[in-house]
Design a protein. Structure first.
Length: 548
């Protein structure tokens, strides 16, 4: 009898030491979780195992059901799916971090001052490069030829070293005489789909769109070690701002393979949706290889350019610019070339993503899409920017299931001069996010960084308040096209994932999806508009791993 009692006692001790709870790697509790699921429900807690959400619910239910290696009581803090940027230039951000920062320079003289400071820090540089100038922010006297600056001040400051400065939109270069000399650019230089701006018979130093390639071909290119450093620096910036999935809106094969290599080495942990740059070698290789998707990389689309940018008057309009009636902009490829490429893509499983700014470019591409797609479909072809759309063309997004991939901060950056370019009637079809969203009941919000700031909440604020960082204008800009906060959040999470063919993997906090999420210091679904841009990121997680 004593022996039996002792055995029962030992068994009872063993059972007491055994937990009946399920095992998780991470248990997050006491949060305000915006799941971004189909019902836009909120929760209090979730459990993560092997990089995926395995349960979402209340704190009481999940603490009763799970035990975890790591727990996080967030004290009511708001949690959202990891933010997406479906149209950005991730490698471009890394490159910009290596260059002189010219963003928000208030004059040409300020640009020169920043370049001199950069040159002092980089005395061995073979070229001085920078990005971010915007002549629209300068005194009119700084832009004397066709609304652009000239090379004169660069020549005076840097007579012996080549200088190449990319405009904020990436669609124009300002260079000095040394750079023109090295590239052998003259008044007679021509490149289809671009412009060498002239002052009489002399190049001014400004090259627009395809003409930029005349200079770029002689600028020393970074090697893989340089690019690796740039990508890892860009990753840290993105993680610090809540981005877990970014895009590269146009990469060549060598750069795509470098991204994949760094991901396989677990150095690059951010998820990257890559659009393949146009070019015969890329087209031939990837059409043969076919689309593919890994845990962190999606290669399923080609990036085309129909036209340039509105700020540099390279956007292709149906009627001339209101402030420069001698031009209506231009296409970067002929209609026949665009149709040929799109026909190739239509015969494959790839997605077509076409840069369209002007109403003429949007009109042309929507009609070409319609010719090839014919009706509603699941191809998820996209118009990147969809910036100026004619009234009769909005319905075509719905007819052919075309996704508008837009950048809300473009509206609040351009609103100061957009009406000058377009006139009071045409501008009403610009930055029309709500009208675009209605066509398919979804829209994708990105930033186009480094053209605009990286932080996705700047775009969130621009979309709902239609105001800039100074909360200007009072009442908002063209508020008929503001969107509600729920739509804005979905546009940078679940809808963006859909636009990237990634919605089955991530974009919402639901069981079975990858555990990418961000914790903010304030609830962007509730605080006043004027506080949105100041909200801080507390934590960023990718696949259940804290990366910031």
């Amino acid at each position: 009898m004593k022996k039996i009692t002792t055995s029962l006692f030992v068994l009872a001790l063993g059972l007491a030491g055994c937990s009946s709870k399920e095992k998780a790697d991470l248990l997050v509790t006491n949060a305000t979780v915006y799941t971004a699921d189909s019902a836009f429900t909120t929760a209090q807690a979730f459990a993560v195992k092997d990089g995926k959400f395995i349960a979402v619910g209340t704190t009481a239910d999940l603490t009763a059901k799970f035990e975890a290696d790591s727990t996080a009581d967030l004290g009511g803090a708001p949690v959202y799916p990891g933010f997406f940027d479906p149209h950005s230039h991730f490698l471009g951000l890394g490159q910009k971090l290596d260059q002189a920062d010219l963003v928000d320079a208030a004059s040409y003289d300020e640009v020169i001052a920043r370049l001199k400071a950069y040159a002092q820090k980089h005395p061995d540089a073979m070229w001085i490069t920078g990005r971010g100038w915007d002549q629209n922010d300068w005194p009119k006297t700084d832009s004397p030829v066709s609304g652009f600056p000239t090379k004169a001040k660069l020549d005076a400051a840097f007579p012996n070293i080549p200088v190449a400065l990319t405009r904020i939109d990436g669609h124009a270069l300002l260079v000095n005489s040394k750079a023109l000399e090295l590239a052998k650019v003259t008044a007679g230089s021509r490149l289809a789909g671009g412009e060498v701006v002239l002052q009489g018979t002399d190049p001014t130093g400004v090259l627009v769109d395809n003409a930029m390639n005349l200079i770029k071909r002689v600028i020393p290119k970074p090697d893989d070690a340089d690019k690796t450093r740039m990508l890892l620096a860009a990753q840290q910036v993105c993680f610090s701002l809540g981005l877990t999935s970014v895009s590269d809106a146009g990469l060549n094969r060598e750069d795509i393979e470098l991204v994949e290599k760094l991901q396989n080495e677990n150095k690059l942990k951010i998820r990257d949706y890559v659009m393949i740059s146009m070019g015969l070698p890329n087209i031939e290789y990837y059409l043969k290889k076919g689309p593919y998707q890994t845990d962190r990389l999606t290669v399923k689309s080609f990036k085309l350019y129909a036209d340039g940018a509105l700020g540099s008057r390279g956007a292709c309009l149906r009627k001339p610019y209101s402030d420069r009636p001698e031009t209506a902009g231009f296409l970067l490829l002929s209609p026949k070339e665009l149709e040929t490429i799109l026909t190739q893509i239509a015969g494959s499983s790839f997605q077509a993503n076409t840069h369209c700014i002007g109403d003429s470019a949007n009109h042309l591409i929507l009609d070409l899409y319609g010719k090839l797609l014919k009706t509603k479909n699941e191809r998820r072809w996209r118009i990147e920017h969809a910036q100026v759309v004619s009234p009769e063309d909005f319905q075509k997004f719905g007819l052919y299931s075309v996704i508008p991939s837009v950048q809300p901060t473009h509206a609040t950056s351009d609103m100061y001069w957009a009406a000058d370019r377009l006139g009071p009637i045409r501008v009403k079809g610009a930055y029309a996010f709500k009208d675009l969203m209605k066509q398919n009941n979804l829209i994708a919000f990105g930033s186009d960084f480094p053209v605009e700031a990286v932080y996705p909440l700047f775009g969130f604020h621009s979309a709902v308040a239609r105001q800039d960082a100074k909360n200007y204008p009072a009442g908002g800009y063209q508020m008929e096209n503001a969107v509600d906060r729920q739509s804005a959040l979905l546009a940078m999470t679940r809808w963006a994932a859909y636009a990237n063919f990634e919605d089955h993997l991530r974009g919402s906090i639901v069981t079975g999806k990858q555990a990418d999420f961000v914790v903010l210091a304030q609830d962007i679904m509730k605080i006043p508009n004027e506080q949105l841009r100041a909200v801080k990121v507390r934590q960023t997680w990718v696949g259940g791993e804290r990366v910031f």
